[in-house]
Write a protein that binds this ligand. Structure first.
Ligand SMILES: C[S@@+](CC[C@H](N)C(=O)[O-])C[C@H]1O[C@@H](n2cnc3c(N)ncnc32)[C@H](O)[C@@H]1O
Length: 221
């Protein structure tokens, strides 16, 4: 048994995933109804992301259950102790990563979210899961909040905020990624700039699509 599956985190995640899939959010329905090209344009915009996510502030938009489990397994198997997450929302992915830190013996998880109401919900969920002591929630735009005061070495980076910023956020933190550090980028197919960066032959990363909706990359040296 693990912190991820034990009480309180296991039942808490069950409830949060169930709520995320059953709560009707009109803005999500409107977004899903857009033509694919318009949806891709909005997801790829570096100027409209604040507006887009403000409309979606009632929506959890979590990683899938499989990606959540993958995050826990990667963080555990690499004995991660320093993790950075871009895009907290209600804290579902954060709970998976923080559970891995707990089972690794401790560590520090920095996560960042610009919607204050979402940061507050994430804080409450992490508190309910008994994991808040491992997590620092930085409120604000990741382009600012991840600019300074990062751990000396980062073991794992989760990219799950505005897709258009994946490459910019990677550039902000990449000096701190240790050799062998893993990067999980959710729904990276919306971000061709990021994929071109990590898949380029001389990029310093090994990278591959994984499980349908994730790009998994490793910093080589
Ligand atoms: C897909 S959701 C994250 C889901 C979360 N990782 C989970 O699995 O539970 C993306 C979140 O990133 C936030 N976000 C988007 N761009 C951001 C930025 N530039 N800085 C901080 N937060 C951002 C949005 O408000 C939204 O809550």
């Amino acid at each position: 048994m693990t912190t991820l599956t034990n009480t309180p985190v296991g039942p808490l995640l069950e409830r949060l995933f169930a709520e995320a899939s059953s709560t009707p959010i009109p803005a999500m329905a409107a977004f899903a109804a857009l033509l694919p090209a318009e949806r891709a344009r909005m997801m790829g915009s570096k100027t409209e992301y604040r507006e887009l996510y403000a409309q979606l502030k009632e929506a959890a938009i979590p990683v899938s259950r499989a990606t959540g489990a993958l995050l826990y397994m990667l963080a555990r198997s690499t004995q991660a102790s320093a993790i950075v997450e871009f895009g907290t929302s209600f804290g579902i992915s954060t709970l998976h990563l923080a559970a891995a830190l707990r089972d690794n013996g401790g560590g520090r998880l920095i996560t960042t979210e610009f919607e204050p109401s979402k940061a507050q919900r994430a804080r409450a969920n992490l508190d309910a899961g008994g994991l808040l002591d491992l997590v620092e929630i930085r409120e604000g735009d990741a382009l600012e909040t991840l600019r300074a005061d990062l751990p000396e070495w980062i073991d794992l980076l989760l990219l799950d905020g505005a897709k258009a910023l994946y490459a910019d956020v990677l550039r902000l933190v990449e000096q701190r990624l240790r050799p062998g550090a893993l990067i999980v980028a959710d729904n990276a197919d919306y971000c061709p700039e990021y994929l071109a960066l990590v898949r380029a032959p001389q990029s310093g990363y090994l990278s591959l699509p994984f499980g349908g909706d994730v790009e998994l990359s490793m910093k080589c040296g």
